[in-house]
Design a protein around this ligand. Structure first.
Ligand code: SF4
Length: 377
C-alpha cells in the first residue's frame, strides 16, 4: 500500500503535532468566536479535528499538549487563498476544520453539559460516571478525578445531554458512544439500567458501548435486544510485562478475560460489530501486532490508537511513537487483519480522527459516516 500525502500527513501530525500559522489562528478565532478549538476530554482527543482529502485526523497542538508538541513543529496549518492548508515534510493537503457544537461550555438543569457529554466529529461520547474504579497510567480519567471523587451521574441528565448533542443547531452528533470510566462492581446494575435507558430513548440512533467486560455490566443478549450497535472491548496493551507496569487492573484480569469476551460477543453481535483497541507506542511493535492477530483471530476488529501522553498522567513525559513506527505498525497490522478478512477499525471515517487507520474496507473503499459533520475551510 502506498500512502497518499493526506495519509502521510495524518501520521506525521499524530507523531509531532501541528503549528498554527498566524493567519490560520486568526481565522480559527473568527470561526469559533473565541471558543475552544478542541473537544479535549480525553488524552487522544486533545487536538484539532481536521479532514484532509477525506482523511480525518486529531492533530495535537502546543496549547493542549506542551509536553510533546513544540511551539514550532514540522507541520503547519496556514490560510492560503481563502483555504486551509496543512503542509510539512514535503507534503501538503487542503484541510477542513471541525468547529465545536454550540452546547459545549453550556449548562442545563443537570449542570454543565460537558460533565456528561462531548462531541467529536460525528459522534457524541457519554461518560456515565466520574472517575474510574481502575487505574491505567496512560489515561487521564483516574488522574483528573481520583478514586475518592468516583460518582455515578444522573441517568436522566445523561439521556438529556445526549438529546442536546443530537439536536445541536451548529454541530449535531449523529451517533453515540457510551464510554468513560469503569464502574465499581456494586454499580453494575446502574450501568445496565443506563444502557437500557439510552438505547430505548434513541432507537433511531446507532449507540456503541466501550467498556471493560465486567460481570453483570455487559449483558450481551440484553444489549442486543435493546439494539446496541457495536461494542468496544479494549485490550490497550498486549505485552503482559508492559500491562503489569501501566495497566495493573487490566493486567490482573488477564488476557483470556478480554479475548474470550471478544470472541463471545463477536459470535453474538456478528461480523464487524466488536472492536478492541490497542495503544501504539507503549510496547514493542511486535507485541502490538501480536495483539492485532489475537483480536482478529477471535472475530474482533482491531483498532490502533497512537499513544498520546496526557499532561496529567504519570506517562506525561513518555514521548509518542514516531511517524516511522506508526507507519510500520499500521501497514503490518493492516496486513494481519486483512489475512483474517477484517479491516482495521473504526469503519466510520470521522471517528477515525484519533485512530491509526483510514476507515477503509478490505478493497480500500472508504466507509460511510453516520452523518455529515459541518466543516469549515
Ligand atoms: S479502565 Fe478505561 S477509563 Fe479506567 S483508567 Fe483504564 S483506560 Fe481509563
Amino acid at each position: 500500500m502506498t500512502l497518499t500525502d493526506a495519509q502521510e500527513l495524518k501520521i506525521g501530525l499524530m507523531a509531532e503535532g501541528l503549528t498554527l500559522g498566524s493567519e490560520a489562528a486568526a481565522w480559527l478565532d473568527e470561526v469559533t468566536g473565541g471558543k475552544s478549538l478542541t473537544s479535549a476530554d480525553y488524552a487522544s482527543t486533545s487536538g484539532l479535528i481536521l479532514e484532509l482529502d477525506g482523511v480525518w485526523v486529531n492533530a495535537p497542538i502546543h496549547a493542549q499538549n506542551p509536553n510533546f508538541v513544540g511551539v514550532e513543529t514540522e507541520y503547519h496549518l496556514e490560510r492560503v487563498d481563502d483555504e486551509l492548508v496543512v503542509s510539512g515534510r514535503g507534503r501538503s493537503a487542503i484541510a477542513r476544520y471541525w468547529p465545536q457544537p454550540a452546547y459545549h461550555g453550556t449548562a442545563n438543569q443537570y449542570g454543565p453539559l460537558n460533565n456528561f457529554v462531548f462531541t467529536h466529529a460525528d459522534r457524541v461520547r457519554l461518560s456515565p460516571i466520574r472517575g474510574c474504579a481502575m487505574t491505567c497510567d496512560f489515561c487521564n480519567i483516574p488522574f483528573d478525578d481520583p478514586l475518592e471523587v468516583y460518582t455515578l451521574k444522573s441517568i436522566e441528565g445523561s439521556v438529556e445531554a445526549i438529546r442536546v448533542a443530537l439536536e445541536d443547531p451548529e454541530q449535531p452528533a449523529h451517533h453515540v458512544l457510551i464510554s468513560g470510566g469503569t464502574p465499581k462492581p456494586k454499580d453494575a446494575d446502574f450501568h445496565r439500567e443506563l444502557y437500557r435507558r439510552v438505547l430505548s430513548a434513541f432507537p433511531e440512533v446507532a449507540v456503541d458501548i466501550m467498556m471493560v467486560p465486567l460481570p453483570g455490566v455487559l449483558d450481551l443478549p440484553e444489549l442486543v435486544a435493546h439494539g446496541v450497535a457495536e461494542l468496544s472491548i479494549n485490550l490497550e496493551v498486549y505485552s503482559r510485562e508492559r500491562a503489569r507496569e501501566v495497566a495493573r487492573h487490566k493486567f490482573n484480569q488477564g488476557l483470556p478475560f478480554y479475548l474470550d469476551f471478544i470472541e463471545e460477543a463477536a459470535g453474538i453481535l456478528g461480523p464487524g460489530r466488536v472492536r478492541s483497541m490497542l495503544l501504539v507506542g507503549l510496547e514493542p511493535p511486535e507485541d502490538t501486532l501480536a495483539g492485532v492477530a489475537a483480536i482478529a483471530e477471535r472475530g474482533g476488529v482491531p483498532v490502533l490508537s497512537p499513544f498520546r501522553p496526557d499532561p496529567v498522567t504519570p506517562l506525561r513525559a513518555t514521548p509518542p511513537p514516531s511517524a516511522s513506527v506508526l507507519r510500520e505498525v499500521f501497514l503490518a497490522a493492516r496486513e494481519i487483519a486483512h489475512a483474517h478478512g477484517i479491516p482495521l477499525g473504526p469503519s466510520c471515517p470521522p471517528c477515525s480522527h484519533n485512530t491509526l487507520n483510514f476507515a477503509e474496507d478490505l478493497e480500500g473503499c472508504r466507509g460511510h459516516a453516520h452523518g455529515e459533520p459541518r466543516m469549515r475551510g
